[in-house]
Design a protein around this ligand. Sequence first.
Ligand code: HEC
Length: 252
Amino acid sequence: MPSYQEEQFPLPTPARLVRELHLKRPPWWMLSLLVVVVVGTWIPLVLIYRARGTTSRQPRVHFFMDMDKQAKFATQSAHPWFKDGRAMRGPIEGTLARGHLQHDPHFFDGFTKDANSGAIKFVTTMPTQVTVDERLLRRGQQRYEIYCTVCHGATGVGDGPVNQRALELKEPKWVPATNLMTQEIRDRADGQIFQAIRDGVRNMPSYGSQIDPNDRWAIVAYLRELQRQSPVSVTATQQGKTPQASPQEATP
Ligand code: HEC
């Protein structure tokens, strides 16, 4: 049985509203427009769905540009503003990166260059900045064992694992690492060994980017110590030592 409340104030159902307020049904065009609009909202969904599953040669739509696209000159691009046509400009002459004022040739190059003739003279002493002590030699040994042992061997005679392996594989183009215990290398100026580490020598790659000048001198000092403690080698390379190598390959 409906309560008093329900009898006095019946719920305004849509049917009752239509009846009591004399509302009319919306006209047919309004209904059809509604259908069209609702169906129209599906179109972007369909397009997105399609775009996810197809490939295109056009770049993707990118709503938020972040910093991906900006007005700039790409590396190696051209630009007519400049005489040489290059958008990339070199540093102004004399520019130095911070902390890269390397004005001491003894310490940074290992040689001095005659201003007139351009002749190079390797230094034969340690730079004054470097004190050869226990600590430096330890550092030198550690660096040597990281960077040089692989080719030149822990004792410096040129029998490092890379060298051994190249001989095992009978690499036709392999140039063996120099035996650093020969009289020839002992007679080399300190600066020449320093420079060999920095710039590489013929088939030996450069280690300048990996070993800073202090460490290069430390390696030189350690190598000198190693030479003092080892017998003088007579063969320039250690190729003949490895059993797999045939005598023809033992070219000095
Ligand atoms: C990838 C192997 C390899 C490594 C690592 C290597 N060397 Fe060498 N080194 C060689 C080879 C090969 C030669 C001989 C180059 C030639 O004669 O073409 C050589 C030659 C040398 C020479 C003789 C240079 C000359 O004037 O004849 C010195 C000194 C030397 N290395 C020192 C070092 C020191 C110090 C290190 C560590 C920082 C080092 N090498 C690391 C392969 C190596």
